[in-house]
Design a binder for this molecule. Structure first.
Ligand code: MLT
Length: 302
């Protein structure tokens, strides 16, 4: 019998898969395996009983990977399980960055009691005019599960898509998606694109990669989407780039007190993967991988 503890609630459809070989551990201190969503585990003292941790999600920066490796704890994630949800919010964000929908809605809410609202709308709407995404150039940094789905969907909407991934050759990128145009370097992507979306894990090499130096190479008025991790972007440099007009819009799934409310920022409360379907997919994949490891010793997505 294995004892499992959920550090965060995960979708019931995943927990329902646990067979009679499993029971709920009263606390993580008694557990053989842990299931986690987004709670940070960095401060937790893991008991020696823990054999594995499964994260229902893609990023693993909430898990102390080095400590786990040292003590032989296997860590799983669920890459791809939430990719469609993230792709869909990226497409919405391309439009949010191009059309002043959010400001327009806020304005209607503030003006809704005006008896002449219809006339006021006609007088005011010009200030919310936007631009179209068709024909614009989108740079996708990171061609994993999400990046490739985004590239294909954006191309269907009429964008020219450029992809860059340090671990994938131009040819391999083309095999992943015939819609991705080859680009030789990140600098070239920065210079070329009207929109840039990042899909890379947080690591020493990606921390703060969108910084003053990168912004200086970009087109005036570029629009940036960050559904990867907050620390991929250097906030001070982003604020300076927004103020100078180099960056026109920054859509981020990671609001923090520094960036939220800055002109040009559209901050979303980490909703990238928050759909019923994605929660179910991640929970199922996490539980299946955990059981396969505990019962058969198979290791996937570790
Ligand atoms: C992920 O790492 O899978 C995404 O950030 C979504 C999430 O965890 O909510």
């Amino acid at each position: 019998m294995y004892k499992i503890n959920c550090l965060n609630p995960i979708a019931a459809v995943g927990l329902d898969l646990l067979t009679e070989n499993y029971e709920n551990a009263g606390s993580f201190r008694e557990a053989d395996a842990l299931l986690v969503r987004s709670a940070s585990m960095h401060e937790l003292e893991l008991p020696p009983s823990v054999l594995a941790i499964a994260r229902a999600g893609a990023g693993v920066n909430n898990i102390p990977l080095e400590k786990c490796a040292e003590s032989g704890v296997v860590v799983f994630n669920t890459p791809g399980a939430n990719a469609n949800a993230v792709k869909e919010i990226i497409i919405a964000s391309l439009l949010l960055a191009s059309r002043d929908i959010v400001a327009g809605i806020n304005w209607v809410n503030s003006a809704k009691d005006d008896p002449d609202l219809a006339k006021l709308v006609e007088k005011t709407k010009a200030k919310f005019a936007g631009t179209e995404i068709k024909g614009k150039r989108l740079g996708v940094i990171g061609l994993g599960a999400v990046g490739v789905l985004v590239a294909n969907a954006a191309n269907r909407l009429g964008l020219e898509v450029y992809g860059y991934d340090p671990f994938i050759s131009v040819r391999a990128a083309w095999n992943l998606s015939r819609h991705i145009k080859p680009i030789k370097s990140l600098d070239e992507l920065y210079r070329t694109c009207d929109f840039i979306t990042v899909h890379v894990p947080l690591a020493d090499s990606t921390k703060g990669m969108l910084n003053e130096e990168a912004f200086a190479l970009m087109q005036e008025g570029v629009k940036i989407l960050n559904f990867s991790r907050d620390a991929i972007v250097n906030d001070d440099d982003m604020i300076a780039a927004l103020r100078s007009g180099r960056v026109k819009r920054y859509v981020t799934d990671f609001p923090n007190p520094k960036i939220a409310g800055v002109k040009g920022v559209i901050a979303i409360p980490h909703l990238g993967a928050s759909t019923a379907e994605s929660e179910d997919n991640c929970a199922i994949m996490a539980v299946e991988q955990l059981m396969d490891y505990l019962e058969n010793g198979n290791i996937k997505n570790s």
